[in-house]
Each structure stands twice: as structure tokens, then as C-alpha cells.
Design a protein around this ligand. Structure first.
Ligand SMILES: [Zn+2]
Length: 175
């Protein structure tokens, strides 16, 4: 296993998708919207968005001002283990279009990533943090940093989390 960050991935062609932003499991969203349990076994809270600070993890956009949203606990991992953190997320209260698609290092970021900085963290295929990969990056550097991390053989996916509050925002996979 490499113990240093590999040389920068080849970003010479910024139009080639190398990463993709992965919204949360639509089955989870559907369950919570129907009043079912979140990842703490509780029903979601309901609130009304002021138009900022309410990033929906399914459509990857801000919940519009005046629209209802849900506050629930989510564990963005397949397994249940020590590294599988559970935390608060927001979701549009009503069904919203799932955001899908590959991204390029030079392309647009999902609309929810509107803050100045984010924490990125690489995980291995075993869903454990790959130590040394975590750090805070400016918004404009998210895609390139994720591409560099995903160029490593020991990184299977990347989490984008709030730099200030560490809330899970979106996962990034190889395209
Ligand atoms: Zn939404």
C-alpha cells in the first residue's frame, strides 16, 4: 500500500470525466419521506427552508426558500462498523430529481457545494478512513483533489463534508 500521495493524476484533459458525485441512496430518501425510520431509527423532523444552508443530498441543490425539507440522521456507508459515522442531513420533503452523472475536474460542481471550503476524506474499499487523505480544500479545488485521491489504489471513494460542521454532503466515486 502506498504511504504517500501519488503524483497528481493526469488533468491534461479536463473534459474527460474521472469522478462522479453520488447522491444518497434513493431508497433511503423514499423511506424517510414516507415517515419511515432514519439511520437512528427515528422519523425525520420537518422544517421550512429559508433558501440557504439546506443542501438536499438527493438533488444536490439547496432546498428552495419556502419549501419544506426533512432533517434526519444518515449513515453514508454500506456496513455498520467503527468508521461508519452517522450524522444529520437535509432532504427535500417532497420527491426531487436525483442528481446523477459524471463530472470533470474542470466541470461544474453540484449546486449544494456553495461554501468556500469543504473537508475531503478518502476511504478504502473496507470503508475505513485512509489516514493522510483528509483535509480542507477550497471549493474550486474539490474536483481536482478528489481526482488525485481516486487515482490512488488504496482509495475507493471520497466523502465531501462540511468543513465547519463535518456534516456529510456527497460521495465522490471514480467515473
Ligand atoms: Zn432535493
Amino acid at each position: 500500500m502506498p504511504d504517500t500521495i501519488l503524483a497528481e493524476a493526469d488533468h491534461t484533459s479536463l473534459d474527460v470525466p474521472v469522478i462522479r458525485f453520488v447522491p444518497l441512496d434513493p431508497a433511503f430518501a423514499a423511506r424517510v419521506r414516507a415517515g419511515g425510520p432514519d439511520d437512528n431509527g427515528q422519523s425525520a423532523e420537518r422544517a421550512v427552508s429559508g433558501g440557504t444552508g439546506t443542501p438536499c443530498r438527493q438533488c444536490l441543490r439547496q432546498v428552495p426558500a419556502g419549501a419544506a425539507y426533512l432533517i434526519c440522521a444518515h449513515r453514508p456507508f454500506a456496513g455498520l462498523h467503527a468508521y461508519a459515522e452517522t450524522g444529520p442531513i437535509f432532504l427535500c420533503a417532497d420527491a426531487c430529481p436525483e442528481s446523477l452523472g459524471a463530472a470533470t475536474p474542470g466541470g461544474d460542481l453540484p449546486a449544494i457545494l456553495s461554501s468556500a471550503t469543504y473537508a475531503l476524506r478518502g476511504y478504502g474499499a473496507d470503508e475505513r478512513i485512509v489516514y493522510g487523505t483528509g483535509g480542507v480544500v477550497p471549493r474550486a479545488g474539490i474536483a481536482a483533489r478528489a481526482a488525485d485521491l481516486l487515482a490512488r489504489a488504496d482509495v475507493a471513494f471520497v466523502h465531501v463534508r462540511s468543513a465547519a460542521n463535518t456534516c456529510f454532503q456527497v460521495r465522490i466515486d471514480r467515473a
